[in-house]
Write a protein that binds this ligand. Structure first.
Ligand code: AVI
Length: 332
């Protein structure tokens, strides 16, 4: 941790260490667009416009994931906060707007008088806004927030963990990692927990490809805009000349691999320049840039990845009657 920027008795915001190994946007764009199979990393979706478009996705009728997870927390959150015994404290990875977390905070404060909540998020601004409104809303709550990459923060000794921890990695965020990376992520989380601590993991279930493809290619075109914003970001930040109308959004569910793969597909052969990288690119008609993988997990997949990370699946909850999404409690 490099410093503490805000302190009130119940609210502390700490800035995490500077990311060590993460490549920069410019380096990753160069590597991804000059690779034999062109790709861009989905973590770059979330600039200001991309984050606003993602918020819009979460209220689309076709994108059921956020609503299903919220329903599960509303109906079963009381059980989740009691499952490890009390008192507990929360650590949340990639907390974002913390709307769903409020449900669990309220449930925890029904069984214990006070609660520490430690959200970790890359966006210091989002953290500050949500932390301030949380301490204002809940007198029993203490927030120690960490602005930084969650794996850098998890690896530091300064992450405060006093009692039994219930960590949270929600919203199907694990689904955006390739399987070997997802396993590494879970091992990293497990390494920062003590025996008896838990991890709530929100995962989307495998299901009918038509339902999945509609969730990732909505008729309103919000998800297409979210995807194309990556090219717009290259235009804005790196002096690119991408014509956004010359690319289409493609989302395909591969049932063998259990993931929705999203691409940007060139509608015609074209040349693009990225000024700040001094890079000239050619696209064939129909050529694709892979932009995102969204893996879906069966109950058996969860058992397996929990075991691989040295944890066991204690309990899980689903949205009844649809059973589209699962919240899993893994225990170390
Ligand atoms: C953030 N993440 C879990 C979303 C998902 O479902 O993969 C991102 C997203 N991409 C398209 N729609 C939503």
């Amino acid at each position: 941790m490099s410093g503490t920027s805000t302190t009130t008795p119940r609210l502390e915001i700490r800035s995490g260490p500077a990311p060590q190994k993460a490549g920069s946007f410019a380096e990753d764009v160069r590597a991804g667009l000059t690779a034999r199979s062109k790709h861009l990393f989905s973590k770059y979706f979330y600039d200001e416009l991309g984050s606003a478009l993602f918020d819009a996705i979460t209220v689309l009728p076709e994108y059921y994931l956020t609503r299903a997870e919220t329903q599960i927390l509303r109906e079963c959150g009381w059980e989740m906060v009691r499952a490890l015994g009390n008192p507990i404290e929360f650590i949340e990875l990639g907390s974002g707007s913390a709307v769903k977390t409020r449900i669990l905070i309220e449930e925890a404060l029904r069984v214990q008088r006070s609660l520490r909540y430690s959200p970790i998020d890359i966006s210091g601004e989002a953290l500050r806004a949500s932390a301030q409104s949380l301490v204002a809303a809940y007198p029993g709550l203490t927030v120690t927030a960490y602005a930084g990459d969650y794996f850098d923060v998890l690896g530091t000794a300064q992450l405060r963990r006093e009692g039994r921890v219930l960590a949270m990695f929600m919203g199907s965020n694990i689904g955006n990692y390739e399987p070997q990376d997802a396993a590494r992520v879970l091992r990293g989380i497990a390494a920062s927990l003590k025996p008896g601590d838990g991890l709530l993991l929100g995962t989307d279930l495998k299901k009918d490809p038509r339902v999945l493809e509609l969730a990732y290619d909505d008729p309103t075109g919000v998800t297409a805009a979210f995807n194309k914003n990556l090219l717009a970001r290259i235009n804005r930040d790196l002096d690119g000349t991408f014509d956004l109308r010359a690319f289409g959004h493609v989302a395909h569910y591969d049932s063998r691999r259990g993931a929705v793969f999203s691409y940007l597909e060139a509608k015609r052969a074209q040349k693009v320049r990225v000024g700040k990288l001094d890079l000239d690119l050619r696209f064939d008609r129909g050529e694709r840039i892979h932009t995102e993988s969204s893996y879906k997990y069966s109950p058996q997949d969860i058992e397996r990845i929990a075991k691989e990370a040295g944890m066991r699946l204690l309990q899980s909850w689903t949205d009844m009657p649809h059973e589209r999404f699962r919240v899993n409690l893994l225990v170390k």
